[in-house]
Design a protein around this ligand. Structure first.
Ligand SMILES: O=P(O)(O)OC[C@H]1O[C@](O)(COP(=O)(O)O)[C@@H](O)[C@@H]1O
Ligand SMILES: [Mg+2]
Ligand SMILES: [Mg+2]
Length: 336
């Protein structure tokens, strides 16, 4: 089979009018930063990149060294290209402006530089998640308000997974496409065209240690899955939980499944665990583009109008029939 590189794929998409030169450059630059992050992660203790910085970020979490390194690699790679108006990162409280000496473009880039941080030191797959919006006022210097757009306004979204292989999974609104890094040649090869999520599944992912904190609809749904053949679902379900959203969603995009990080008594005050703008929205766009569904329990995630840059939301996504069932259980509970 003819090897097609990420660059060739993007040029074809541009020729087909599905993305412009600036968006193509943006994705290329993100991919280049991802390669640098992949090398750094693979070095682990050899380069002393494990461990914490002792500094707390805007999320109230102590940053890992690799959170900071990945954040710097993405900021530095993207700030000079001329395709961006500004950036926002999980690791930085305020939006990140483009230095005045560099030209500004029309896009806004949001990212979770390192997802699944709790897995870094134990050599389990982690990732990088990104989302792309347009600067609403092309001429104006962006403010935080410029980023508060619903997920439906995304022009591109993707993630990198640093696992046994490094992969980049991407959508620009024409399906979901996967690329695998050929470390020897140093470029991404188009390996997974039009990834799709089957509507039915027998696999679920949730952190079951939070069960006593869940809302009744989620508790009912998960208890029925665990009851399996002996229960109302009449068939068995299997569970997986990597505790890296990128890995759990990649498995769901690769073979189906349902991923839940619902609202619970522990995270209710924050509005949920995962972040709307650079975790939930990009994953929701990818899942919908692959034929799945994504909700916060009641609403379509992509229609939520963000109020704050680091806002958190409940996330339930994956195979359509299961997500629809969870939504129906919430509706029933709300009606009773
Ligand atoms: O530790 P828990 O409760 O299982 O939570 C795991 C979740 O937290 C996260 O690690 C949060 O993301 P970050 O690592 O980017 O902060 C998700 O990737 C993952 O789904
Ligand atoms: Mg994350
Ligand atoms: Mg992170």
């Amino acid at each position: 089979m003819r090897r097609v590189s990420l660059s060739q794929f993007l040029i074809e998409e541009q020729r087909a009018g599905r993305l412009d030169a600036d968006l193509r450059l943006l994705v290329e630059v993100v991919a280049r930063a991802v390669k640098a992050i992949a090398v750094t992660i693979s070095k682990g203790k050899l380069w002393d990149v494990h461990g914490e910085t002792g500094v707390e970020n805007v999320q109230g979490e102590v940053q890992k060294k690799l959170d900071v390194i990945a954040n710097e690699l993405l900021l530095q790679a993207n700030e000079w290209g001329g395709h961006l108006a500004a950036m926002a990162s999980e690791e930085v409280e305020e939006i990140c402006h483009i230095p005045f000496e560099y030209p500004r473009g029309g896009y806004l880039l949001l990212f979770d530089p390192l997802d699944g941080s709790s897995n870094i030191e134990v050599n389990i797959s982690v990732g990088t998640i990104f989302s792309v919006l347009r600067n609403p006022d092309r001429e104006a210097i962006p403010t935080e308000a410029s980023f508060l757009q619903p997920g439906t306004a995304q022009v591109a979204a993707g993630y990198a997974i640093y696992g046994p292989a490094t992969q980049l999974v991407l959508t620009t609104g024409n399906g979901v496409h996967g690329f695998t890094l050929d470390r020897e040649f140093g470029y991404f090869v188009y390996t997974h065209p039009f990834m799709t999520i089957p509507p039915q599944t027998s696999e679920f992912a949730i952190n079951c240690s939070n069960m006593r904190f869940w809302e009744p609809p989620v508790r009912r749904y998960i208890e029925e899955l665990i009851a399996g053949k002996e229960g109302p679902r009449g068939r068995d379900f299997n569970m997986r939980w990597v505790a890296s959203m990128v890995s759990d969603v990649h498995r769901t995009l690769s073979r189906g499944g349902i991923f839940l990080y619902p609202l619970d008594a522990k995270n209710r005050a924050q509005g949920g665990k995962l972040r709307l703008l650079y975790e939930a929205n990009p994953m929701a766009l990818l899942v919908e583009q692959a034929g799945g569904a994504a909700i916060d329990g009641r609403r379509r995630l992509l229609e939520i109008v963000p109020q704050r840059l680091h806002q958190r939301v409940p996330v339930i996504l994956g195979s359509k029939e299961e997500v629809e069932r969870v939504r129906a259980y919430h509706e029933e509970a709300d009606a009773s």
